[in-house]
Ligand binder design. Structure first.
Ligand SMILES: Nc1ncnc2c1ncn2[C@@H]1O[C@H](COP(=O)(O)OP(=O)(O)OP(=O)(O)O)[C@@H](O)[C@H]1O
Length: 726
């Protein structure tokens, strides 16, 4: 066929597909209207006047709202695939982001996750699995702009035409914007296997940079929700990634696949009510992340409250009752031997009463009996105040704050941390604060502290919930402490604690999920594995990572913690071997670096060549050199540009960038929005069309794992990379 004929054929195919796609969008409109109608009808049920009507209403409105959300989310690129099969007379199958039936309930569009769509991803020329032609439709909104075909079975006599250059290459060469996109149209066979792996135990997905680990893991989450919706929607799916920037980068993928029932959390946001985006400096982070901190937290959770009263004195009838430090220490030990500290809150008063009752010798006191003794003391303000300040319900943030006192830190760190490590911790926590005067704020905590706080939450336990209904008040002299009628003790937790401390955590028993997906798993510290592990005790897991990109200095310790978190669940491993991100020139450069510095890297195969090698420049003036490099890239690439800098230069370079007005003019759209300044660690998981690496040797020297970080940096660019050395 000559070129003109080729173009005509391609045009005819486009028009033909457009007709089909138009029909699908019309059906989408009808389905949305039907769902809205259902929602309205559901609301009507509430007027039926009986309770069943309300239940029905809730169920109908809920189902309708879910359907409407799915239909709305599916608009962009709704139809993306078509399969022509070798079975004579079988109509082509169209594949979409969601499944759709027409008014006669006949299948119009197959959900990409359905078994009938699997061959779309798995068929190859070597093993066509009954597929003659696979077609990818590229759409802009509802308009079909291109079709890309693969003829898989050339043995079969067919009049099907084949157009396009290949969907994958077209997809890989596109300009990058600030968010990750779904790859439903071009999932590759090895990726598809990991996505559709059965939901048992732990699925680990490994592979070098840019092999699609993140995007595959997200599609797997969507697949699990589709294949076992009741279980995963009810139990929840938790997705953990390294940073807030990364979470924002990936957050659109799942909604674009029609899934919204997923919790996306960075490592600084895993604990409800706490949020941190600040890392400690590497040396401090190494101490805080180490498994030794578990013992330190255990000991801290058992310390006496700083500034708590040291003795309790009450005069009862004829006796002067005194519990001094020794007696109080014995009561403390006895309470702690019965379980977690906060769980003992309802028992504290009784334990103290027991210890004091033993001192009642006077006849008048003995005669009146224990019950009256209890009533009298529980009605005494001094006693109640003592209970509250000696054994208050504790929040993890308060308890971690105790370590600001070097004396407390020295006590709990004895034999666990060296003096040098203790000094690092002290410096990071800052000076002692007056309890209850200067409260801690969320900004006080680093990402590394969040895992310590979680450890403390579990060590402290929850204050038992107020017993309801089945309380045995007669036999439990303290049951009334949990009754609304005794305001002081009850409302301290309910009212004062949340007001003074907006970070009061929810109960630990609410933490579990049905599926936990950990991305960039090679970077979790042992303490973070403990934190994440607690969320997935009964969950199925997907664990994604590349050991060569790890910035944790003691891999063996992290492996042990990871194994403990995953327990004895069965494991299934998948390995991805093609780098879809970097041009082959850029990846060759990165791979050579990895070999040179002795990283044990898993080197994937980069499939896309651009003919442009990365450039290593030596500059006299770094500011000017950076400016010129960014300007050059702004002209050369359409999408995002990353300026990667050592942490110590971040503010400086950010300042330069803000002053470069000529760059804003040069950048497309007259804005610098597509240019970002990041540290090496912050680039984890992200990608940019162009990268300027400012002083790579300084990035490498920044931490003991600086070489792995620099390798990560070298594998972020899709099109162009310039390194600058002075
Ligand atoms: N089958 C595919 N079709 C189109 N694009 C793909 C495919 N697989 C991966 N990509 C693209 O390749 C890029 C890299 O993917 P991703 O970020 O998931 O890789 P990764 O293995 O997690 O990388 P890293 O470990 O380096 O952070 C993304 O832009 C992704 O959309």
């Amino acid at each position: 066929m000559d070129q003109a004929t080729n173009d005509t054929v391609a045009q005819q195919e486009l028009e033909h597909e457009q007709e089909f796609v138009d029909g699908v969008y019309e059906q989408l409109e009808r389905s949305t209207k039907n769902a809205q109608e259902l929602a309205r009808e559901g609301h009507g049920r509430a007027h039926l006047g009986h309770e069943g009507g309300l239940v029905e209403r809730d169920a109908m409105v809920f189902q309708a709202a879910k359907r409407i959300a799915t239909l709305n989310a599916a608009h962009e690129g709704l139809v993306f695939g078509r399969l022509d099969l070798s079975t004579p007379g079988e109509a082509p199958r169209y594949i979409g982001r969601i499944g759709l039936r027409d008014e006669d309930r006949d299948t119009l569009l197959i959900d990409w996750r359905a078994p009938a769509a699997a061959v779309f991803y798995q068929a190859t020329a070597a093993d066509p699995q009954g597929v003659v032609r696979r077609r990818v439709l590229r759409c802009a909104g509802a308009k079909v702009v291109a079709v890309e075909d693969d003829l898989l079975d050339s043995e079969i006599e067919t009049d099907l035409v084949v157009v396009g250059e290949g969907a994958l290459m077209a997809q890989l060469s596109r300009a990058r914007d600030r968010t990750m996109h779904s790859i439903v149209a071009t999932i590759q066979a090895e990726q598809d296997k990991a996505i559709r792996a059965p939901s048992k135990g732990v699925v680990s997905i490994s592979g070098g940079p840019g092999t699609g680990k993140t995007v595959v893991a997200l599609h797997r989450a969507a697949f699990l929700l589709y294949s076992d919706r009741a279980r995963y929607e009810r139990g929840g799916v938790l997705i953990i990634g390294p940073s807030g920037v990364f979470m924002r980068y990936i957050e659109r993928v799942l909604p674009s696949l029609g899934e919204t029932a997923v919790a996306l959390r960075s490592l600084g946001e895993v604990v409800d009510g706490l949020r941190s985006s600040r890392h400690d400096e590497p040396a401090v982070a190494d101490v805080k992340g180490s498994a030794r901190m578990a013992e330190l937290m255990r000991r801290t959770a058992r310390q006496a409250v700083p500034n708590a009263p040291r003795d309790l004195r009450v005069f009862y009838r004829d006796d002067n009752l005194v519990l001094g430090p020794r007696e109080l220490a014995a009561v403390r030990r006895q309470l702690l031997s019965q379980g977690k500290r906060n769980r003992q809150v309802p028992r504290v008063a009784n334990a103290l009463l027991d210890a004091m009752w033993r001192q009642v010798r006077g006849e008048r006191g003995r005669e009146r009996g224990r019950e009256e003794f209890n009533d009298t003391l529980l009605g005494t303000a001094a006693f109640v105040d003592f209970v509250l300040s000696w054994w208050p319900p504790l929040d993890a943030t308060d308890v971690l704050g105790w370590l600001r006192d070097p004396e407390v830190l020295g006590r709990v760190a004895e034999g666990v941390l060296s003096r040098g490590d203790q000094a690092l911790l002290s410096r990071s926590f800052g000076p002692v604060r007056e309890p209850r005067e200067v409260r801690t704020t969320p900004d006080d905590w680093s990402i590394e502290d969040i895992a310590l706080l979680d450890e403390l939450r579990y060590e402290l336990g929850d204050v038992p919930q107020k017993p309801r209904g089945d309380r045995d008040d007669d036999n439990d002299p303290l049951a009334h402490l949990f009754d609304d009628e005794v305001p002081e003790l009850t409302t301290f937790v309910d009212r004062d604690a949340p007001r003074q401390n907006p970070r009061t955590t929810v109960r630990v028993e609410d933490d579990g999920y049905a599926h936990v997906l950990v991305d960039e798993a090679q970077d979790l510290t042992p303490m973070q594995w403990r934190m994440v592990g607690r969320r997935g005790r009964v969950a199925t897991w997907t664990v994604v990572g590349d050991p060569a990109q790890s910035s944790w200095p003691v891999p063996a310790e992290a492996t042990t913690a990871r194994e403990a978190a995953l327990g004895d669940k069965p494991r299934h491993s998948f390995h991805l071997s093609t780098n879809y991100r970097n041009s082959s020139e850029i990846y060759d450069f990165a791979a050579r670096y990895a070999e040179r510095v002795g990283l044990d890297a898993d080197l994937p195969n980069a499939v896309r060549a651009t003919g442009i090698d990365p450039e290593e420049r030596t500059v006299v003036d770094l500011r000017e050199g950076t400016h010129d490099a960014v300007k050059e890239l702004a002209g050369a690439v359409e999408g995002t540009i990353g300026i990667v800098v050592p942490a110590a230069r971040r503010d400086q370079v950010q300042g330069w960038l803000e002053g470069w007005t000529d760059l804003a003019e040069a950048a497309a759209g007259g804005s610098l929005a597509r240019v970002a300044v990041l540290t090496g660690l912050e680039t984890k998981g992200l990608e940019f069309d162009g990268i300027v690496v400012v002083t790579p040797d300084e990035i490498e020297a920044e931490s003991v794992t600086g070489r792995a970080t620099l390798y990560v940096v070298y594998t972020r660019a899709t099109q162009r990379m310039i390194t600058l050395t002075t």
